[in-house]
Design a protein around this ligand. Structure first.
Ligand SMILES: *Cc1c(COP(=O)(O)O)cnc(C)c1O
Length: 398
């Protein structure tokens, strides 16, 4: 008798991960011989700085790092993360209890609902939003509730609009600034509102700060933990992925409330065995050296790309405000063009991959996301190719 391979109900309730589908469509177009430009996924195209690679080599060559790491991470790495949070954000953290290395922030975000959400509990998720907030919630048996991020509200959730019976059932809330996919940024005043809302309704706040270091025009992102009371209600996720071009390395950390981190650590200690210590040695180097020259150069590169893309699209008639943070551009489509029609058109007619806004939730309808992790000449070429597609849309809707 063949063994049943039917997926669990929990897995069946999950959509296929967004980029798996897009990748399939992209391969079809490539198979026809097209030179596809990928502005789909946000994945830094530039290499990891040499100083970090050299530290990794030192870490690999030390046999002490070849054994199981400790679940809580090396104290030296945790101290370095705490020191960076103090320097960069003015946030004081106890390295022993308020810092937890994770295998990329996606891993921590995906696992945190398992620690605090019972079946039927509500988790407040930004919509549009990084798909992992919703997926982690569903895996834990929770009920995701979409907090719509609307342009007229600066893509910030409006806590007063959340029905009180939902707020009462909510256990956890995810927020994320600089935001993916809207590229919006948040003020400390917004974080203070989040703390008050969490205190009133007894909700744990998880702030995803993966893009904290990606900002333009002199803007500097605050930490959620820098506002009063935040460390009593929440944690912040951060990562080396975007800051140091290290998406492949899987080095992230969660910081903040000790009890919340202990819950996440308990989940993790049962399913993984911590982070390869050589990676932690590399992480120490990244944060100690700071690599300010590299970072200045890198952000200048992204800013040129952002300007090239926004100016190019605006010249055809789009109305895009240049984002202050993040690594993408969130663009409103003309007329009634839907997100999925727009991204299919761009792929089939222009051989440019852009992500449909609906891939991030229903409030993403009417938008597309374009990534800045692509060289300038490719961005220019993409703009050229999108031009005729865009005029078709405006003609069809006028
Ligand atoms: C890229 C990204 C992350 C970071 O992922 P890692 O797992 O740390 O590589 C987290 N949140 C958002 C919103 C992202 O876009």
């Amino acid at each position: 008798m063949p063994v049943s391979k039917e997926f669990s109900n929990r897995l069946k309730a999950l959509p296929e991960y967004l980029f798996v589908e897009i990748d399939r469509a992209k391969k079809e177009v490539q198979a026809r011989g097209a030179d596809v430009i990928d502005l789909g996924i946000v994945d830094p195209d530039l290499p990891t700085p040499d100083a970090i690679i050299r530290a990794m080599e030192r870490g690999i060559n030390n046999p002490a790092n070849h054994q199981y790491p400790t679940n809580y991470g090396m104290i030296e790495f945790r101290r370095e993360i705490a020191a960076w949070y103090a320097r960069r954000f003015g946030v004081q953290l106890d390295p022993a209890t308020e810092v937890l290395p994770i295998l990329g922030s996606k891993e921590g975000i995906g696992h945190i609902p398992l620690a605090f959400v019972n079946p039927g509990d509500v988790v407040l998720v930004p919509d549009p939003g990084y798909p992992v907030y919703r997926a982690g919630t569903v895996i834990a048996g929770g009920d995701p509730y979409s907090m719509g991020l609307l342009e007229e509200n600066g893509f910030l959730p409006v806590f007063d609009d959340i029905p009180s019976e939902i707020a009462k059932r909510a256990r956890l809330m995810f927020i994320n600034y600089p935001n993916n996919p809207t590229a919006a940024v948040a003020s400390e005043e917004f974080f203070r509102q989040a703390v008050r809302f969490a205190e009133t309704n007894d909700i744990i706040v998880c702030h995803d700060a993966a893009y904290s270091e990606m900002s333009y025009d002199g803007y500097v992102s605050p930490s959620f933990l820098a506002v009063e009371g935040a460390k009593e209600v929440g944690i912040e996720f951060n990562s080396l992925s975007k800051t140091f071009n290290m998406t492949g390395w899987r080095v992230g950390f969660a910081v903040g409330n000790a009890k919340i981190l202990a819950g996440l650590a308990k989940v993790k200690s049962n399913v993984d065995s911590g982070m390869f210590q050589a990676l932690q040695v590399a992480g120490i180097a990244a944060l100690t050296e700071g690599l300010s020259e590299f970072r200045t150069r890198q952000m200048a590169t992204y800013q040129r790309r952002r300007d090239l893309l926004c100016d190019g699209l605006n010249a055809m008639g789009w109305k895009i405000e240049k984002p202050k943070g993040g690594l993408c551009v969130w663009a409103r489509l003309p007329g009634n063009v839907t997100s999925s029609a727009a991204s299919m058109d761009c792929l089939r007619k222009a051989a440019v991959v852009i992500t449909p806004g609906t891939g991030f939730g229903r409030y993403g309808e009417g938008y597309v996301r374009l990534s800045l992790t692509c060289p300038e000449e490719r961005i220019s070429e993409a703009v050229k190719r999108i031009g005729p597609v865009y005029s078709e849309w405006t003609k069809a809707t006028s």
